[in-house]
Ligand binder design. Structure first.
Ligand SMILES: [Zn+2]
Length: 361
């Protein structure tokens, strides 16, 4: 029971500010759970927020009593905990599966300074994470019976991540774009049986797939990207950013060996400047990526002059989404380069709403 994937941008499984040198399954599980919750909420069912006080908890005595009274495990669980906790676990109920992932190539780091001073000065943001030379295998080992519907939900979750989103942490800052190469999990072509899902949901302010948008852009340069890196034209730091050191050799490795261009921070900076209102800006982009409702990938290689970028998010106003679609190119021209102008085009090549995705499940 495994899914074979390729990493298009590095996966981050460490903590937000710590190093990410080895893979932590918990980082992958947390992300799978986040998307699974969003899908459940998209189906108008309740999924608790595992970080909140109101998260689910299974009372063992009550559970055992229900089983003795002749209820099925599913029914006994439905009485107490949400659909997501049934598969991913909560206090009193262990996760139904174990996940094994093996791969360990840490990419050489690249740093991008902030464009504006924060309090005392400029900050540095790093591009880092783990990438696979070939493929990675996500192995799912059931520890308890996983229902057909749970497999269907899990398959859909992984498919959405691969098609439109990203896996792991720091997905608002470029990491985690993957592509499924092969999936042999059970019931992968099965539709989700909505009628079997309990718990009508009405949690507000939590990610709900129906409120998502997904864009993909082709960013085309008027010269080979490896030439542009050699000529050091990409913006990396403000001219008065003391002590900043460029590492163009690592930029080259990322593009030549790992086939991605580390421009997620440039794109975030471009989006930041689409919105004039500071509070709104903060609400959609968070502070240094934390609490962001807009997610941005690095540019992954299409060909020698073109990289693809994913931009997606939830609960973002139409006006901002329209600005992203219409004005991204102009803003990127300003934010991508420290000298010259090498952007040929920036075209929206795919657009999908969460609602459209939900119609197909
Ligand atoms: Zn729950």
């Amino acid at each position: 029971m495994q899914v074979k994937i390729r990493t298009l941008t590095p996966i981050w499984t460490g903590n937000e500010n710590r190093k990410c040198e080895t893979l932590r399954e918990t980082g992958i599980l947390g992300s799978l759970r986040w998307w699974y919750e969003a899908l459940i909420r998209g189906l108008s069912r309740n999924a608790c927020d595992p970080t909140s006080e109101n998260r689910c908890k299974l009372d063992q005595e009550r559970f055992q009593r229900a089983i003795k009274e002749g209820k099925s495990i599913q029914e006994a669980l439905d009485e107490q905990i949400c659909q997501t906790c049934q598969l991913f676990g909560c206090t009193g109920w262990a996760r139904k599966f174990r996940l094994e992932v093996e791969f360990n190539t840490a990419i050489p780091e690249v740093w991008i300074g902030t464009r504006e001073k924060r309090n005392r000065g400029y900050l540095k943001r790093n591009v880092a994470g783990l990438i696979a030379d070939k493929t990675i295998i996500l192995r799912f080992i059931p520890l308890r019976e996983i229902t057909q519907n749970e497999w269907a939900l899990l398959n859909k979750t992984i498919q959405i991540i691969s098609d439109y989103g990203a896996l792991g942490a720091r997905t608002s800052q470029g990491n985690g774009v993957i592509k499924i190469i092969e999936n042999n999990l059970p019931y992968k072509d099965e539709n989700i049986k909505k009628s079997q899902l309990k718990g009508d949901g009405s949690n507000v302010n939590l990610p709900n797939l129906s409120n998502f948008f997904f864009y993909k852009f082709h960013i085309k340069f008027n010269e080979d990207i490896s030439n542009l890196i050699s000529r050091e034209v990409f913006w990396t730091h403000a001219s008065d950013h003391d002590g900043f050191q460029d590492n163009w050799e690592n930029w080259k490795k990322l593009w030549n060996d790992y086939h991605f261009l580390p421009i997620a921070f440039h794109i975030r900076d471009a989006i930041r400047h689409l919105e004039d209102n500071k509070n709104k800006r903060h609400e959609i982009l968070g502070e240094l990526g934390k609490g962001s409702k807009v997610f941005v990938s690095h540019g992954y290689k299409i060909n020698n002059t073109t990289a693809k970028v994913r931009i997606w998010g939830y609960d973002v106003e139409e006006s901002i989404k329209n600005k992203i679609k219409k004005e991204l190119k102009n803003k990127l021209k300003e934010k991508l380069f420290s000298k010259g102008e090498y952007l040929e085009s920036c075209n929206l090549t795919e657009e999908k709403t969460g609602k459209e995705i939900m119609e197909g499940v």
